[in-house]
Design a protein around this ligand. Structure first.
Ligand SMILES: N[C@@H](CCC(=O)N[C@@H](CS)C(=O)NCC(=O)O)C(=O)O
Length: 205
């Protein structure tokens, strides 16, 4: 059993999707972020950084094992369950490269673009331009890749696709659309239609 401590946000939906895709039995423990559940001592014992998602994996030798940071959780699940990661040294490196681009690049830029567009107490044009511009640039990097590849790592559907999908489907949060990135839009449509993705999104609500 995999306990998924999460909420219905772009980072929060990644892990239920991966669990559904890999056929892992899971339980969702839903946190209310506006109430600050993620800063409470019981959750900080699982993720000292006080952010969702985090998991407790009961099905690993020596478990239960707490894992935090969405990229680390995705890799943990892919490697322990054997799926959603390209095989071989070169394949694994490709999946990891595209996965890390999401957690270190597209995600933070989308998040900051959304914050400065809609959540900041004052409008700061430089900050909006900077983060929205970087978010758009990341969409263009994905578009170039998907013009020639069906899946980001060039091998198959992987945790890298799941991580990016969870943010790309919410491009509007960063004030962006997929109108100028048709290959990316088609890729997102293919992922959205997967039965495991539909089941995971329904489970998290
Ligand atoms: N780098 C982290 C980011 C996690 C993150 O920012 N989670 C947000 C929700 S999408 C959160 O917990 N926000 C509540 C807070 O910051 O207190 C990851 O990929 O897991």
């Amino acid at each position: 059993m995999l306990d998924i401590h999460t909420a219905p946000t772009p980072n929060g939906i990644k892990i239920p999707i991966a669990a559904e895709e890999l056929g892992i039995p899971y339980r969702i423990i839903r946190l209310q972020l506006s109430r600050g559940d993620q800063k409470q001592p019981d959750f900080l014992a699982i993720n000292p950084n006080g952010r969702i998602p985090a998991v407790v994996d009961h099905d690993v030798p020596g478990g239960p094992l707490a894992v935090f940071e969405s990229g680390a959780i995705l890799l943990h699940l892919a490697e322990t369950r054997g799926g959603l990661i390209a095989p071989g040294v070169a394949g694994r490196a490709a999946t990891m490269g595209w996965l890390f681009l999401q957690v270190g690049g597209l995600g933070p830029n989308f998040g900051n673009a959304g914050h400065f567009l809609g959540g900041a107490p004052e409008q700061i044009p430089y900050a909006i331009d900077r983060f929205q511009g970087e978010a758009r640039r990341h969409l263009e990097v994905l578009e170039r890749r998907l013009e020639t590849q069906d899946w980001l790592d060039g091998h198959g559907y992987s945790v890298a696709d799941i991580a990016h999908f969870c943010w790309v489907r919410s491009a509007g949060y960063a004030g962006l659309t997929l109108d100028d990135t048709p290959s990316l839009a088609k890729w997102a449509g293919r992922i959205a239609a997967r039965p495991a993705v539909i089941r995971a999104l329904a489970a998290i609500g």
